[in-house]
Design a protein around this ligand. Structure first.
Ligand code: COA
Length: 261
C-alpha cells in the first residue's frame, strides 16, 4: 500500500478497522480519498488474515459528511460521469467484498457517506448519527449507487421520500426503517461493531463468502437464475473442509474450528 493521507487501518486480531480520517472536512470524500479506499480494500481482500472489516469515520461528529462539495462544484458533464463511475466502482468493490464489511456510523452519514454505508453488508449507528441525502438541495443526485441501494434496503416509498425531501433522520428512525440494525451509545460504537461482526466471523468463512455471493448476485438477477446460482454454491460448499468441520462439531457437541477452506 502506498502512503495514505485520508485512510488508516487498525487491527484487532482477525478484524481490520478502516478509518476515514479527514476530520477538518467531516471526512468528506474527495477523489483521492475514494482512490485510497479502493486501494485499502484491494489489500484487505488479498490478506488471508482478515476475516471481517469495520468501516468508520474519525472523530465524534461524522462518519462521512458526503462527497466533497468543493470538488463537485468544479466538475463539467464528462467530469461528472467520471466522478460518479469512480465512486460507483470503489463502492461496488466494497459491496462485493468476499468478507463481511460493517459500517459503524458515529455521526453524520450524508449523501456519499450514506451511500458508502449502504454499500457495506451491515450497519450500526451511534445515538448521535444522522442520515440523509442532501443532494437534490444542491442541484444534483446521489451518484455512488444511493438511488439504487437505498430503495433495495428500505423500500421504494421510504427511499423516494428521503431522496426527494433531503430530510435528515436520526439513528432511532434509521433503525425503524431498516437503514441500520442497531443503535448504540457513541462510546461503545466500535466495541459493539466488533461484537456484531464477530458473530459473523466465528462462522465458516467460505460459507459466509458464498452467502454474500448468493445474496448480492440474487438481487441483480432473475429468481430462476438466482436459484440456480444458490444451488451451485450450496453444492460447492459440500466439498469444503469447513462443512465437514461444522457438521462434525455439531454432532460431537463441540465448537467448530473453521480453517476457511
Ligand atoms: N464537502 C466539503 N466540505 C464539507 C462537507 C462536504 N460534503 N461537509 C462538511 N464540510 C466542511 C465544511 O465546509 C467545513 O469546512 P471549513 O471549516 O473549511 O469551512 C467543515 O467541513 C466543517 O463543517 P461545518 O459545516 O462547519 O460543520 P457543521 O457542524 O456546522 O455542519 C453539516 C455539519 C454536516 C450539517 C454540514 O457540514 C453540511 O451540511 N455538510 C454538507 C453535507 C452534504 O450536503 N453532503 C452531500 C454532498 S453531495
Amino acid at each position: 500500500m502506498t502512503d495514505l493521507t485520508y485512510i488508516r487501518v487498525e487491527w484487532d486480531n482477525e478484524l481490520a478497522v478502516v478509518v476515514v480520517d479527514r476530520q477538518d472536512k467531516l471526512n468528506a470524500l474527495n477523489a483521492e480519498l475514494i482512490s485510497e479506499l479502493g486501494e485499502v480494500f484491494d489489500g484487505l481482500r488479498a490478506d488471508d488474515n482478515v476475516r471481517g472489516v469495520i468501516l468508520t469515520g474519525a472523530g465524534e461528529k461524522a462518519f462521512v459528511a458526503g462527497a466533497d462539495i468543493a470538488e463537485l462544484a468544479k466538475m463539467d458533464s464528462l467530469g461528472g460521469v467520471r466522478v460518479s463511475r469512480h465512486g460507483q466502482e470503489v463502492f461496488r468493490d466494497i459491496e462485493r467484498f468476499p468478507k463481511p464489511v460493517l459500517a459503524a456510523v458515529g455521526g453524520y452519514a450524508l449523501g456519499g457517506g450514506c451511500e458508502l454505508a449502504l454499500a457495506c453488508h451491515l450497519r450500526i449507528a451511534s445515538e448521535n448519527a444522522r442520515f440523509g441525502f442532501p443532494e437534490v438541495g444542491l442541484g444534483i443526485i446521489p451518484g455512488y449507487g444511493g438511488t439504487i441501494r437505498l430503495a433495495r434496503l428500505i423500500g421504494l416509498g421510504r427511499a423516494v421520500e428521503l431522496l426527494l425531501t433531503a430530510d435528515m433522520v436520526g439513528a432511532e428512525r434509521a433503525a425503524e426503517i431498516g437503514l441500520v440494525s442497531a443503535v448504540v451509545p457513541r462510546a461503545e460504537l466500535l466495541e459493539r461493531a466488533k461484537v456484531l461482526l464477530r458473530k459473523v466471523t466465528k462462522n465458516g468463512p467460505v460459507a459466509v463468502r458464498m452467502a454474500l455471493e448468493s445474496i448480492y448476485r440474487g438481487v441483480d438477477t432473475s429468481t430462476s437464475e438466482a436459484l440456480d446460482f444458490e444451488a451451485s454454491l450450496f453444492g460447492l460448499l459440500a466439498s469444503t473442509e469447513d462443512l465437514k468441520e461444522g457438521m462434525s462439531a455439531f454432532l460431537e457437541k463441540r465448537k467448530p474450528d473453521f480453517k476457511g477452506r
